[in-house]
Design a protein around this ligand. Structure first.
Ligand code: G3H
Ligand code: ZN
Length: 277
């Protein structure tokens, strides 16, 4: 097992111009695919469990699975609780043993969200864990010209004490085609104002060249779920086309292999291959 200090791994990534892939796991095979890919590429990796996935499979089983894979891995594996929908669920994830947690802003005003993040960050930092903040309310409102200006971000982030910061530059969750139109000028401005590692959500809908540009501009954590779920599901469908298949290991194993290959390709694209050495 390699001990991973999540915030430090991401600071190194931003400093050195690469990004760490943050891939969502929902079951045994998807979690194994993520760690197997990272080991094959000698890359640090973030294995994410969303609150949504925890509702499906249980927080403890998914965490135990992640901890077991992390303990046996020869590369740094960060266990991240993604899209916590409440302060309470974020704290519960930290107490359960996650290394890192992202708290959604919901409909909180930015100042109130920053206050909650500060309480969460204090608790996380005491445990050596880290916190990801999203100031989408701030940024979306700013884009629409009716919110706080981007210049307010550093003050809010300092008040929040979060380690990493999500940006809202045009990517959306659950896109099944790479058609997101990114505002890279906005990203450049955010990167000038915010020294913390930046996080891109909704990366499945982002073209590969745009992802490379984002990494060059300061994105250090790239979240991917939808495309990987599609790759996994397509492989299951293909394997099940053979009516003789009646063993879940046949189709889930094929899906695990397919997802491993895609995660490996993303790790190379993001520049984190070999960074665990
Ligand atoms: O937090 C998870 C990611 O933002 C998922 O994004 O739906 O584009 O894969 P995605
Ligand atoms: Zn997300």
């Amino acid at each position: 097992m390699t001990t991973a200090a999540p915030a430090e791994l991401l600071r190194q990534a931003r400093h050195n111009g690469y990004a760490i892939g943050a891939f969502n796991a929902v079951n045994l095979e998807t979690a194994q695919a993520i760690v197997a890919a990272a080991e094959a590429e000698r890359a640090p990796v973030i294995l994410q469990v969303s609150e949504n996935a925890a509702r499906y499979a249980g927080l403890q089983p998914l965490l135990a699975l992640g901890q077991s894979l992390k303990a046996a891995a020869a590369v740094p594996v960060v266990l991240h609780f993604d899209h916590a929908e409440s302060f309470e669920s974020a704290v519960a994830a930290l107490e359960a043993g996650f290394d890192s947690v992202m708290l959604e802003s919901g409909d909180l005003r930015p100042e109130e969200y920053a206050r909650r993040l500060r309480r969460l960050a204090d608790s996380a930092h005491d445990r050596g864990a880290s916190v990801e903040g999203e100031f989408e309310i701030v940024s979306k409102a700013s884009r629409e010209g009716k919110g706080l200006p981007l210049e307010a971000l550093p003050g809010l982030i300092a008040a929040a004490g979060c380690d990493t910061v999500c940006v809202a530059i045009g990517s959306e969750h659950k896109m099944r085609a790479k058609t997101a139109g990114l505002d890279l000028v906005r990203l450049e401005r955010i990167a000038e104002l915010v020294p913390q590692p930046l996080v891109l959500h909704g990366s499945s809908g982002v073209k590969e060249d745009d992802l490379r540009r984002c990494v060059r501009l300061g994105i250090a954590k790239v979240n991917l779920a939808t495309e990987l779920m599609s790759v996994f599901t397509t492989a299951v469908r293909t394997a099940l086309a053979d009516d003789a298949v009646n063993d879940p290991r046949r189709y889930l194993g094929a899906a695990r292999d397919a997802m491993t290959a895609r995660v490996r390709a993303y790790i190379r694209l993001l520049g984190s291959a070999g960074r665990a050495d």
